[in-house]
Design a protein around this ligand. Structure first.
Ligand SMILES: Cc1cc2nc3c(=O)[nH]c(=O)nc-3n(C[C@H](O)[C@H](O)[C@H](O)COP(=O)(O)O)c2cc1C
Length: 147
């Protein structure tokens, strides 16, 4: 029953491969220093790259990006075909059309149960004021409805 936003967490592996997966576990931790967290299943294919890499980017999705959220949660396809992106300062891909981006130093990791909690130190962030977010609740996608 807990509604969240939707992100795609991205990285570039040491071999130069683009990595990305849909994650709704993103949350804020601290303002000083600026820290955020997200959690990754221990059986995720991307675990080794995120564990070893020094940086990743968290792309907050807008209401128009539901197809991208579904694509980056699908296994056995090339997730990056025709996906427009630019390289962040650390090399992690920043997705065109994301309504906010957080470029993070891979500060610490905590193994808990079947997930690993990643705490990232935000080195750079951007946002698109006024853009409508993609939301996720009870297994379905939504966008905002002001009360
Ligand atoms: C809306 C949504 C939110 C998700 N959130 C997470 C998450 O926070 N952590 C996670 O490990 N998987 C999450 N998933 C599932 C992954 O996106 C999915 O298992 C993906 O295939 C993992 O990629 P990988 O195996 O290439 O690393 C989510 C999927 C959806 C559709």
């Amino acid at each position: 029953m807990f509604a969240t936003g939707v992100t795609i967490v991205t990285a570039r592996s040491a071999q130069g491969e683009l990595i990305g997966l849909t994650a709704s576990s993103f949350n804020s931790v601290s303002l000083t220093p600026p820290l955020v967290l997200w959690s990754l299943a221990r059986n995720a294919a991307s675990l080794a790259v995120f564990s070893a890499g020094s940086h990743y980017a968290i792309n907050v999705l807008g209401a128009c990006q539901k197809p991208l959220a579904e694509r980056f949660a699908t296994r056995g396809i090339d997730r990056w075909t025709d996906v427009e992106h630019t390289a962040g300062v650390s090399g992690a891909p920043l997705l065109q059309g994301a309504i906010a981006t957080f470029e993070c130093f891979n500060r610490s990791r905590y193994e808990e149960g079947d997930h690993v909690i990643f705490v990232g130190e935000v080195e750079r962030c951007t946002h698109n004021a006024g853009a409508s977010p993609l939301l996720y609740h009870g297994g379905r996608f939504y966008t905002e409805h002001p009360l």
